[in-house]
Design a protein around this ligand. Structure first.
Ligand code: SIN
Length: 322
């Protein structure tokens, strides 16, 4: 049984995204500028904010103001540092982060990989800009605050369209729909209904990373890790060019159970022989790779190539299991 957290502050960190976006025309949900409004202005869009968070003090801070397609390791480091500081304060119950939808799953996975597993960190986003006829950001942020106040919340979570996802499972699966995320076969952890969280099961069944407690990455460039995809007609040309450019790691997004065309497999093995760390993932959105006889290229430690890329970067920095 989880004990209620005794602290009463929620820190809300803004990073940009469509949730903070503005368009010239209210009915234009495509040609808008992401990352325009500050995070305090986003909270002001929640009509019943004071009543909703009664008993909690909100502290808003802007960590970045980016369209999340341009998310980078500098912002990640600043975000992780600020989140860690906030969570260390005894009076802080949780951290909420506003973020773009495009790379929220990578940021959530990174934070879960480097932060201690205790207090919740709840990321949220929007598929429509703040200026839209019916923006989804205010309701999503309100839902994220509901989760951040819930005594059962733990680890890094993503809340969108009333659904609570675990960082390790969430994927953006739709480019336009308001409910753009899925946790695949794992399913969501819960739903937010009229400001209450209905968890799928309690206590939450989550396998939080065993490397919790390790330090954050140092400032400075991270090892370059790229994703290469297998497809009909795939050659090894991209791999060869990346090796020439000094890449340190490669995630092969294979077809099916991680299969690779003969020329791509050969180029990856040559890269491995040259000292590049190579792991195998799959371009299939569901399921996970099943180890078989072919073991020259090891399976990635996490599902999905984009998260596997982050995991490999952290492993190359000694911050995650190899
Ligand atoms: C972004 O990811 O920052 C833009 C797209 C979005 O938030 O939906």
């Amino acid at each position: 049984m989880l004990e209620p957290h005794s602290s009463k502050k929620i820190v809300i960190l803004g990073t940009g995204g469509t949730i903070a976006g503005l368009s010239a025309l209210r009915n234009d949900n495509i040609a808008y500028q992401a990352a325009q409004l500050g995070v305090a202005a986003l909270t002001a869009q929640i009509p019943d904010l004071a009543a909703h968070v009664a008993g909690f003090e909100l502290v808003c801070e802007q960590v970045a103001q980016v369209d999340s397609k341009d998310m980078d390791t500098q912002v990640w480091l600043a975000l992780a540092q600020r989140t860690l500081q906030a969570l260390a304060q005894p009076d802080v119950q949780s951290v909420v982060i506003t973020h773009g939808t495009d790379t929220i799953e990578e940021t959530a996975f990174f934070l879960q990989s480097v932060l201690p597993a205790g207090k919740p960190v709840v990321l949220t986003c929007a598929m429509r800009p703040a200026s839209a006829l019916s923006p989804d950001g205010p309701a999503n942020l309100r839902d994220a605050l509901s989760v951040a106040m819930d005594v059962h919340a733990v680890g890094v979570l993503v809340v969108c369209a009333g659904v609570v996802h675990a960082a390790e499972h969430v994927q953006k699966v739709h480019p336009y729909r308001l409910d753009a995320f899925s946790s695949g076969e794992a399913g969501p952890l819960g739903w937010v209904e009229e400001a209450r969280v209905r968890w799928v099961g309690l206590p939450l069944r989550r396998v939080l990373p065993a490397w919790d407690g390790k330090s954050l990455p140092a400032s400075g460039p991270w090892p370059q890790v790229e994703i290469v995809m297998n497809h009909a007609g795939a050659t090894g040309a991209v791999v060869q060019a990346l090796v020439q450019a000094g890449v340190k790691g490669l995630v092969a997004a294979g077809t099916g159970n991680g299969s690779l065309s003969a020329p791509l497999a050969q180029a990856l093995l040559q890269a491995k022989a040259a000292g590049v760390s190579v792991v195998r993932s799959t371009r299939c959105p569901l399921g996970q790779l099943i180890a078989g006889a072919e073991s020259a290229i090891p399976l990635a430690s996490v599902a999905g190539p984009v998260k596997a890329r982050v995991a490999l970067q952290l492993a190359l920095m000694g911050l995650a299991p190899a």
